[in-house]
Design a protein around this ligand. Structure first.
Ligand code: ATP
Ligand code: MG
Length: 574
């Protein structure tokens, strides 16, 4: 394409409302434009990258035996009522009515639609297994859209759904997708890691997220370099410590102390002159309307997702001041397990503690020398806390590492959550009615592109990995007013087009410096500079964006040379 004819509005200014580098660069490189909060248009350059990614995804999905479909974005409320998610999905689901007063939503995901589709047309085990996918627009009314297309409201997603006759089949389908995802992100030229993850509102028992490694990522993960354990911080397990013997003879007598206006761990620690490790925090949670006390050592933090999963609740949140008073008889800051009337869940960090400090369920009072079994009973010991750098790998016991990443893909084993609720059954070999076992698999299209930029850029702009590059080469004639230069550049452009090389011809009448800046900003992997001086020797200059490497090649060899580099870089991607 000739640059002079392109719709490629680049900019030098860093947009003031762009929080992360990928967002700044996508705007500056003329890839995206914001329409309104969390809603973006892709310009030609941005859309070419999207299409490249989609192509890689399609190839790998098809290779894995999945088939492409296209489902509507507008979904009727009835389906969501059937699955039970109409009530639970919350405010991210954009709901509206048509002129006949029928209620609908914009699909944030498509489990309901696909299940209704499949249940009507798949009746026997002979038609299974099947894996159907689409690349389609989703809408999620995110509370705080941010980071450009990384967390927006309207976005493209590749979503796939597998249907199997039994657990074993479902396991295989999951495995195939796991491999396909590894292939997809490897082919994109990204550094990534699959991690164990929580299933969130999609439901299901088991899932992995694919994280593109980036310091700016919203997600924290832990991983072990010795064994293959890797997990989202939300999910990362803490192993149950080996239990030490507890001698009741060591128990001191329970003592109530007056602690006026002393509420936080820090305040209690200072006031009673004890270490935070000798205090037990009691947090009151509200889980679907029922209260629980969760106990944890003073220097640790509770992981709400673990609490939610342990209880099996739909929604878990820290209780309001009003509910705390109801549950404990005291205002916030004085809750404790002694004489409390709600179930007490205890984190492993408390397992070996004796004679600890807790709230006394009485305003301005704490207890000293509290002991489990003597002073209160517990419902369970379990893992309720956030992993820390001091923890070890829950599988092999060696050190764990922390890193940050961007979740670009997510694979779930759904089991029968949707197929049961929505009656997606089939007749098995023995003529028995059975329920299909499902899996679902998503990749954020725009987010993957943005993550690619977070990982591949420098102070001058984007550095596209060849497989995602909107164009592979840019030809830059130094001075468009020199006829000989333009003629050579023009011929070069035509030969590259004829060789199926994706090329921009920067034929603009601009200073060379301006053109170089734009080429760097938009991140084209290879730049061929045609200038009078080199041309006199029959040569042109090839610059590699990634390494900054600069070399002269004879004009006759340059197309071949460029082709070789492209093939080499794409080969890895096959
Ligand atoms: P997150 O925790 O980041 O909100 P999620 O767990 O809600 O993501 P899924 O429901 O698993 O996401 O969706 C599949 C994929 O869609 C995600 O891995 C991500 O790449 C992409 N995605 C999800 N929400 C957004 C969004 N608001 N903007 C852009 N992409 C998104
Ligand atoms: Mg989300």
């Amino acid at each position: 394409m000739r640059y002079s004819e392109m719709f490629l509005p680049t900019g030098r200014e860093v947009p003031s409302d762009a929080e992360v580098i990928s967002q700044q660069l996508m705007i500056r490189a003329g890839m995206i434009r914001k329409l309104t909060s969390g809603i973006y248009s892709y310009l030609p350059l941005g859309y070419r990258v999207i299409r490249k990614l989609e192509q890689i995804i399609r190839e790998e999905m098809n290779k894995a035996g999945a088939q492409e479909v296209h489902m509507p974005m507008v979904q009727p409320t009835e389906l969501w009522q059937e699955s039970g998610r109409w009530e639970h999905y919350g405010k991210e689901l954009l709901r509206f009515r048509d002129r006949h007063d029928h209620e609908y939503c914009l699909g944030p995901t498509h489990e309901e639609v696909i299940t209704s589709l499949v249940r009507n047309d798949i009746k026997t085990y002979r038609q299974l297994p099947r894996n159907l996918y689409q690349i389609q627009t989703k809408f999620r009314d995110e509370v705080r859209p941010r980071f450009g297309v990384m967390r927006c409201r309207e976005f493209g997603m590749k979503d796939a759904y597998s249907f199997d006759v039994d657990e074993e089949g479902a396991e295989k389908s999951y495995e195939k997708m796991f491999i396909a995802y590894n292939n997809i992100f490897r082919r994109c030229g990204l550094k990534f890691r699959p991690v164990e993850a929580d299933s969130g509102s999609i439901g299901g028992k088991y899932s992995h997220e694919f994280m593109v490694m980036a310091e700016s990522g919203e997600d924290a993960m832990v991983f072990c370099e010795k064994c293959s354990y890797a997990a989202n911080l939300e999910k990362a397990e803490v192993a149950c410590p080996e239990r030490k013997e507890i001698y009741e003879d060591d128990w001191l007598s329970l003592e109530e102390v007056n602690t006026p206006n002393v509420r936080t761990i820090e305040e209690v620690s200072e006031f009673l002159n004890v270490k935070p490790q000798d205090i037990v925090k009691t947090l009151i949670f509200n889980a679907d309307g029922q209260q629980y006390a969760v106990l944890i050592r003073g220097d640790h933090e509770v992981n709400e997702i673990k609490v939610k999963n342990y209880i099996g609740a739909n929604e878990v949140e820290l209780a309001s001041d009003e509910i705390i008073v109801k549950a404990t008889g005291a205002p916030r800051g004085f809750a404790g397990p002694v004489n409390i009337k709600i179930p007490v869940l205890v984190d492993y960090s408390v397992i070996d503690m004796i004679n600890f400090v807790t709230g006394a369920n009485k305003e301005d009072h704490h207890f000293k020398n509290v002991n489990i079994g003597r002073d209160f009973q517990i419902q369970a010991f379990a893992d309720f806390r956030v992993v820390t750098k001091q923890d070890n790998c829950p599988r092999c016991g060696t050190d764990i590492k922390f890193a940050r990443g961007i979740e670009v893909g997510h694979v779930f084993k759904l089991g029968t959550k949707y197929s049961k609720a929505m009656k997606a059954g089939f007749l098995d070999k023995d003529g028995q009615e059975k329920i299909m076992i499902m899996g679902c698999y998503g990749i954020g299209i725009g987010r993957t592109v943005a993550a690619g930029i977070e990982q591949n850029h420098d102070e001058n702009g984007i550095i596209w990995p060849m497989p995602l590059a909107p164009y592979q080469v840019i030809i830059t004639p130094v001075n468009v007013n020199e006829e000989d230069v333009m003629e050579s550049a023009e011929n070069l452009y035509k030969s590259m087009l004829a060789g199926n090389i994706e090329v921009i011809f920067d034929d603009r009448d601009e200073r060379a410096g301006v053109k170089f800046k734009d080429a760097d900003l938009i991140g084209i992997p290879l730049r061929v500079v045609v200038g009078r001086k080199n041309l006199a020797q029959g040569k042109v200059e090839l610059k590699i964006r990634k390494t900054g490497e600069n070399k002269l090649y004879p004009l006759q060899e340059i197309v071949q040379q460029v082709k070789q580099i492209i093939d080499q870089e794409l080969q890895y991607s096959e």
